[in-house]
Ligand binder design. Sequence first.
Ligand code: ADP
Length: 503
Amino acid sequence: MKNSGSNRLKILFASSEAQPLIKTGGLADVAGSLPIALSEMGQDVRLVLPAYPQAVVGAAPLIPVTSLKLPGYSGIIRVLEGRLRGDVPVYLIDAPDLFNRPGNPYADPSGADWSDNAERFALFCQVVSQLSLNRAGLHWRPDLIHCNDWQTGLIPALLAFEHNRPASVFTIHNLAYQGIFNRSTFSRLGLAEKLWRYEGLEFNNSLSFMKGGLAFSDWVTTVSPTYAREILTATLGYGLEGLLQYRADRLQGVLNGVDYTVWDPASDPAIPQHYDATTFHLKKINKSFLQREMGLPEREDALLFGHIGRLVEQKGVDLIMQILPGMLKFPHVQLVILGSGDPELERFLCQECGKHPDRIAAVIGYNEGMAHRIEAGCDLFLMPSRYEPCGLNQLYSLRYGTVPVVHRTGGLSDTVINATPRNLLVGSATGFVFDRPDVDSLWRTVNIAVDLYGRPKAWWHKLAVNGMHQDFSWNSSARHYMEIYQKAINNPALNPLAGAVLP
Ligand code: ADP
């Protein structure tokens, strides 16, 4: 039941992507499902994102609700209101010169970053700040603004100098992408000179959007407890570990949830055969269908490995490439890969498919439906990420009975329980976990998985079905966010520049 009482929080959720309106990665899954979970808990939550053409189509029907002018942008900026999955209000910031473009939120159709990304997301941040101060004619003042990743990082910085500002929470989805631009961009954006400080937005003599979120928000969160610890170290802190250590008493890891209305093999409209933990044997129908779809021989006895994701170093796809010769020595092993990214990895993958068309199939590109069918059709899911803030595919894999093989890092370490002999015996195992992101460790673990698959089927069944029973729904994570929102509202952080001697 929805809460309409006075304890209902007003939350503005700012993101550069949200599924099903526009998606390049896990941030979209979170921004498309956490607001729904919060709304179902009775909160007045509204989403705001740029009016990309895909979002305009997806959130329709749209009503222009207000418009504003801002220094540095010559046109009129309209705010269009639509709905996310018919429920949560979505405000689309319509600055056509900046957002009405082909390609994805960050890059042109050839994959090159838009050269004016600083201007695009700075404007987005300025508009969202105005909305959250109720200065844009919406007649709605949020209690809290929840910002996500560097594209929204300037919002807490812009708000920090305002009286009666809403509380702010900033979530790091991936610390490696920081929104770094040069000093002249800082000047061009017309940001207040006082922000150009070590305690502010300046980072190694450059402008860091990410630092805005880390330094000025009331609370910082990231998407798993283990990643929250890892970013305090030099290895995964990317030079920001000092600032994060300084903010450690207001830094928390909250595991991403899964939207099981979208990712559930019992009801998934994208897969040919529905199944659940009690009808696990039906999963093999999805395997046959996937083998056919990917042009692989249809073999029930095949051990089908899958991988989906951005083809970048972070995801360890190169490690998969290096164990391919070994994998191919098992006559029953097949592999399907869906992804795009590094052109060299793409080329190498295509070459390998050409050499072994009956064993390896790769699709270069982005295909939501196919991602669901890979989850449903594979036996094992490879995720050897070098680091992984949370990771979603291992969570989808668990629900689909597709046993994940993961490196013990970030959210992978928080969500998959290794199939040691003891864990298998007591029934707690949900996947295969290895300690070092290198070829030997991955190869050893793949061997353990292949060996277990060859044993009496009851073992595999127990492992896969145990994964299917795990609950990573938003219920508990959304409650954690609510606790953090309350702490941010009740106990605002000091402006880090308040005590600084300003020039
Ligand atoms: P990241 O955000 O680092 O890319 P996550 O595991 O958090 O990684 O989330 C990735 C999301 O994007 C998942 O929902 C995954 O299924 C999806 N995805 C990634 N690449 C593709 C692709 N090529 N086609 C379809 N979905 C993809």
